[in-house]
Design a protein around this ligand. Structure first.
Ligand SMILES: NC(=O)CC[C@H](N)C(=O)O
Length: 337
């Protein structure tokens, strides 16, 4: 009987990369001061015996770092391992434990490049496992629950934090201290409660199986950088980034992705030199940048990131530039993904 139920359970692989979900503090009172990326994947899994009721879970330690230090090479390494596992007949779902600082970037990257309809769930925590009211255990339990469910198939890369199922494309870390840290301007896709998923909506943008990008065809990612805008901003950062080899610069603009008159001439000149200029917004609740609103994008041959925040715009720009350097094609991709 026992063996029978075991075989019916989904096979879920937990790929661990570090972050606070693998963090450890000196005392249970340390919810904010602790070291990230300390606890290994075997210990994370062993800490939640209830996982064995949800799925046959095994772990792999892909890296052990804080997510602000994740490089493009790390992203590619993780993406390739996810693709290998997704191709394997014995794997039904994949969970990635991750630091929360760049979790939204990794989730969006995988959403663009993984050619699978198997569930891929990225999860982190806001408090280390050693802290009172640690959130990692439940977030990971929920991730495994969603990864082992049939309903999660074909919905793109997902994020389970704070009982919510979010689209990896839309979700962003909005606050750095609360467990209710991850939000999407367009709302969560569903909820996960006591190991059961409740779905309410589907992502509308192209992802995974429907994406034109494939991790298997990506050898390296081009240099795309972000420059932040504010009152009295100068063009120094933009020029320096271009000089250091950036193929595209994401303008983390004010408001509607507006560009200071002190910066416009430099961006026009950089575009003439071949650098792609992509206007995004750093407003907190989520930007909405439209072509030819604030700046004449048609005239200057710039691209708008629409609702993608600057860090997500960087991810799409890198992936898109592996296929094209045509600004019209880039703009199409920014509408479709
Ligand atoms: N809550 C967190 O995971 C933040 C810890 C660390 N800065 C990271 O992103 O890995």
């Amino acid at each position: 009987k026992e063996a029978e139920t075991q075989t019916k359970l989904a096979n879920v692989v937990v790929l661990a990369t570090g972050g606070t979900i693998a963090g450890a503090g000196a005392s249970a009172a340390n919810s904010a001061t602790y070291q990230a990326a300390k606890v290994g994947v075997e210990q994370l899994i062993a800490g939640i015996p209830e996982l064995s009721k949800l799925a046959n879970v095994r772990g792999e330690q892909v890296m052990q770092i804080a997510s602000e230090s994740i490089t493009n090479e790390n992203l590619l390494q993780l993406g390739r391992r996810v693709a290998e596992l997704a191709d394997s007949k014995d794997v039904d779902g994949i969970v990635i434990t991750h630091g929360t600082d760049t979790l939204e970037e990794t989730a969006y990257f995988l959403n663009l490049v993984e050619k699978t309809d198997k569930p891929i769930i990225v999860v982190g925590s806001m408090r280390p496992g050693t802290a009172m009211s640690a959130d990692g255990m439940l977030n990971l339990y929920n991730a495994v629950a969603v990864a082992s469910s049939k309903e999660a198939h074909g919905k793109g890369v997902l994020v389970t934090m704070n009982d919510e199922i979010q689209s990896g494309r839309d979700v962003s870390k909005m606050i750095n201290i609360k467990t209710e840290a991850f939000k999407s301007a367009w709302g969560p896709l569903g909820m996960v409660v006591e190991g059961k998923s409740y779905w309410f909506r589907l992502p509308a943008k192209r992802h995974t199986m429907d994406s034109e990008f494939d991790i298997k065809n990506i050898k390296s990612l081009p240099d795309v950088e972000i420059a932040y805008s504010y009152g009295n901003v100068s063009d120094t950062a933009y020029k320096a980034l271009a000089q250091s080899g950036a193929k595209a610069i994401i303008h983390a603009g004010t408001g509607n992705g507006s560009v200071s008159s002190r910066v416009v001439p430099a961006l026009q000149a950089l575009r003439k030199d071949g650098v792609q200029i992509i206007r995004s917004s750093h407003v907190n609740a989520g930007g909405f940048v439209l072509r030819n609103a604030e700046q004449p994008d048609d005239k200057y041959d710039w691209v708008v990131a629409h609702d993608l925040n600057p860090q997500k715009a960087r991810i799409l720009a890198m992936v898109a530039l592996t296929k094209t350097n045509d600004s019209k094609e880039l703009q199409r991709m920014f509408w479709e993904y």
